[in-house]
Design a binder for this molecule. Structure first.
Ligand code: ASP
Length: 439
C-alpha cells in the first residue's frame, strides 16, 4: 500500500501547521509522496503567498521596485524555517527569483515559486527527496496538460524514490518555461502523482473534514458526506460546491484510485471518500445539494413545434453563433426553454433573439432573468420512490415557486429552477425534508 498526500495552503501557512503535517505524514509509512501547496493564510486578514507573488511580479513587470514585496515573501518562508528549527537558507533561491523577475520570466513562473520553495522546505523538514515539478509535469505547445508524457516520465522518476516531495500547481512547457494549472491546481498535481505512482489512496488534506451536504453559508452546521461517487461529485462541483479543483478528478478516476478528503486540524476525522462506485448507501437518499444564482431562461413558443424536425437545432444554433453555452433545455409540446448564464447572455441578448427569429421563426420569445438553479444529487434516488415528490412538497410548504424541473437521464440528480430570491429558502427546505426530517 502507498499513498499520495496533498496539503493545501492553510495546512502549510505557518511552522505550527507544518508540524501538524509532519505528524500526519510520520504516523503512516504509506504516505510516501507529498504534494504541497504554497503557504496560505494564517488568519482571515492574511494574504496567500501565491497572491503575494502575483502582485510582486506585477510590480516587476511594470518596471517598479519590488524589493520590499519580495522580502515580505521571503519572511513568510523564514518564519517557517526558523519555527521548525531547520538549517536551510533560501537566500540563493531568492536571488535567482529576483533576477528572473527582472528578466520578466512570466506570471506563471512567479506564481509557481510559492509551491517550489515550499517543496524545498517540506523535503528538508521530512528528510524526503525533492523533485522539481518542472522536470516531471508537462504541458504541450498549446498549454494543455500533456498526460501521456507526464505519466511516462513521472512514473519512471517516482520509481527511483522511496519518499519524495513534488510541489503542486506547476509544470513546464516544451520550451522549458514554467506553466501553472489554474488556481487551486495543486489538487490536480496530487491526482497526477497518484496516478503515476499507482498508489492505493490519494489523500487530500485541507482545513475542513470533507464535503458537506449543503453550503454552510446557507445551512447552519450541515451534515458531512461520508462517501460520494465521482459522478455525484462532478454534478455537485459543476453546480458550485467547491473544495476540490474540478480537474483533479480525472487522472485518479481513470485508475480507480479513491480520494480521501481530510482535515489537517482534525486528523482523527474520517473525512469524505470519493470513489468510483460503492454499495454504501448515502444516509439520506440525497448525497448533496448545490446551486448557482444568475441564470436567464429564454422561453420559445411555436405552434406544432413538436412535429417540426430540426427546430431545437436551429434555436441552439443562435446561441452557438454568439458563443454562448447553454445549461439546460427543458421542453414541452410547443415550448422550449434555454437556460443560460445571465452574465454571458445579457450583452448579446438582442443578437441571440434576432438569431432565433431568423433561424427558427418562433411565434413568441420571452426572456426571464434572475433565476437560480439547484441540483439535488444522490445515487440513492434511482432506487427510492417519491424523491421528487418530497422535494416539491417541501418547496410548496416553503412558498417557493418552482419554475423549472429537469431530471438528469442518469437519475442521479434533479435540477430545479427558482427565482434568485427563493434560492436560500429552497435549499433550506430541501435540506430539512431529507436530512432533518429523515423520513
Ligand atoms: N497556490 C495555488 C493557489 O493559491 C495553488 C494551490 O494552492 O493549489 O491557487
Amino acid at each position: 500500500m502507498s499513498k499520495v498526500v496533498k496539503f493545501g495552503g492553510s495546512s502549510l501557512a505557518s511552522a505550527e501547521q507544518f508540524q501538524k503535517v509532519g505528524k500526519i505524514i510520520r504516523a503512516d509509512k504509506e504516505r510516501r509522496f507529498v504534494v504541497p501547496s504554497a503557504p496560505g493564510k494564517r488568519n482571515k486578514s492574511d494574504t496567500k503567498v501565491t497572491d503575494m507573488l502575483y502582485s510582486c511580479y506585477d510590480l516587476a513587470e511594470q518596471g517598479g521596485n519590488f524589493t520590499i514585496q519580495l522580502l515580505a515573501i521571503q519572511d513568510r518562508y523564514n518564519e517557517i524555517i526558523h519555527g521548525l528549527g531547520l538549517k536551510i537558507s533560501l537566500d540563493e533561491e531568492f536571488e535567482k527569483i529576483e533576477k528572473q523577475f527582472r528578466a520578466k520570466a512570466g506570471k506563471d513562473y512567479a506564481a509557481s515559486r510559492g509551491e517550489y520553495l515550499n517543496g524545498i522546505v517540506m523535503a528538508n523538514y521530512l528528510g524526503y527527496d525533492f523533485i522539481d515539478a518542472a522536470t516531471v509535469i508537462f504541458f504541450d505547445e498549446n498549454g494543455n496538460f500533456d498526460a501521456d508524457k507526464t505519466n511516462e516520465v513521472l512514473s519512471k522518476e517516482l520509481a527511483g524514490h522511496k519518499n519524495a516531495v513534488i510541489p503542486g500547481f506547476y509544470g513546464s512547457m516544451p520550451d522549458g518555461s514554467v506553466k501553472t494549472f489554474s488556481r487551486g491546481g495543486s489538487d490536480v498535481t496530487g491526482s497526477i502523482v497518484a496516478k503515476a505512482a499507482k498508489v492505493d489512496v490519494y489523500e487530500n488534506w485541507t482545513d475542513v473534514s470533507g464535503f458537506l451536504i449543503a453550503d454552510p453559508r446557507i445551512i447552519n452546521n450541515p451534515v458531512g458526506i461520508d462517501t460520494i461517487t465521482y459522478r455525484e461529485l462532478r454534478e455537485l462541483s459543476y453546480m458550485g460546491a467547491g473544495v476540490l479543483h474540478e480537474d483533479a478528478i480525472f487522472p485518479v478516476r481513470q485508475q480507480g484510485i479513491p480520494i480521501n478528503i481530510r482535515n489537517t486540524n482534525a486528523p482523527e476525522d474520517n473525512g469524505t471518500w470519493i470513489v468510483g462506485s460503492t454499495c454504501q448507501k448515502s444516509k439520506y437518499v440525497i448525497t448533496g445539494i448545490a446551486g448557482k444564482k444568475g441564470f436567464c431562461a429564454i422561453n420559445i413558443e411555436k405552434d406544432m413545434m413538436n412535429s417540426e424536425i430540426g427546430f431545437g437545432r436551429k434555436v441552439l444554433q443562435a446561441f452557438e453563433e454568439n458563443g454562448i453555452s447553454f445549461e439546460h433545455v427543458p421542453s414541452g409540446i410547443d415550448t422550449l426553454t434555454v437556460f443560460v448564464h445571465q452574465d454571458e447572455f445579457m450583452h448579446l441578448e438582442q443578437k441571440v433573439v434576432a438569431g432565433i427569429n431568423r433561424l427558427a421563426k418562433p411565434d413568441t420569445i420571452d426572456i426571464e432573468a434572475d433565476l437560480a438553479l439547484i441540483a439535488v444529487v444522490g445515487r440513492g434516488m434511482k432506487s427510492t420512490r417519491g424523491t421528487a415528490g418530497r422535494i416539491f412538497s417541501a418547496l410548496a410548504h416553503a412558498n417557493v415557486n418552482v419554475r423549472m424541473i429537469d431530471q438528469g437521464s442518469s437519475e442521479l440528480n434533479i435540477i430545479i429552477g427558482v427565482a434568485n430570491d427563493d434560492f436560500e429558502a429552497a435549499i433550506k427546505a430541501i435540506y430539512d425534508i431529507f436530512v432533518l426530517t429523515k423520513l
